[in-house]
Ligand binder design. Structure first.
Ligand SMILES: [Fe+2]
Length: 219
């Protein structure tokens, strides 16, 4: 997606959204597999744990440091406020859905019947939300937020990731085409780039977050 942004650097925002979309596709593949019980595969995969964690961090950071700031700046503008309300509402349905999927994974009796429908819903809701945000909300962020406010959002996300940046960064960059990879790596502080290249990337690959079969199917 190419859009013009005049004020804010959206490189990381698009990178996170693309990583979440990539994982939604992998989750769809895992749950479509017939040769193994997807409850076991999804329930034990590091990939599922990372997806939930990083999705939640991204959304919570926006809920805490983006929408309220924009709501204040856009007071009295009903159309814009309605869009922000929609963003919050779209986020709010995701957490219960993740919990329902975890409940289905743990349910030996009827979990399997529910799982496919739930992961389809997850795909539709998260995918639909990311598209909606990119289509309508990023432009408004760019017009509304200051560099300082944008930096607060980045810091919030980084703080919430905390020590897990050793998994977050290679997860974010997993499977990126070379041009995008170069662009995102170019934004990183030297220290993080070095850690990624010399240590974190290999450690992440060794984690094989969805198991080798899915990884190779992912290409
Ligand atoms: Fe986002």
């Amino acid at each position: 997606m190419s859009q013009e942004f005049r004020n804010l650097d959206m490189t990381m925002m698009f990178a996170i959204h693309d990583a979440l979309r990539r994982e939604l596709e992998r989750i769809a593949r895992v749950t479509a597999r017939v040769e193994e019980d997807p409850r076991r595969v999804l329930g034990t995969a590091v990939g599922w744990e990372l997806f939930k964690k990083f999705l939640t961090i991204h959304h919570t950071s926006e809920d805490v440091t983006v929408w309220p700031v924009m709501q204040q700046a856009l007071a009295g503008r009903p159309d814009e406020l309605a869009l922000l309300e929609a963003m919050e509402a779209e986020h709010a349905v995701i957490d219960p859905l993740l919990a329902e999927i975890d409940a289905a994974l743990a349910d030996r009796e009827s979990g399997l019947e529910r799982l496919g429908g739930l992961t389809d819903t997850l795909h539709a809701r998260v995918g639909g939300h990311l598209d909606h945000e990119e289509r309508d909300a990023l432009k408004l962020m760019d017009l509304t937020m200051s560099q300082e406010q944008w930096a607060v959002f980045s810091t919030e996300q980084r703080t919430r990731v905390g020590d897990d940046s050793r998994r977050y960064l290679p997860w974010l960059l997993d499977d990126l085409p070379a041009d995008k990879l170069a662009r995102v790596i170019g934004k990183l502080p030297e220290q993080l780039r070095t850690a990624y290249e010399t240590e974190w990337r290999a450690a992440y690959e060794a984690l094989d977050i969805w198991g080798a079969k899915t990884g190779s199917a992912a290409g």
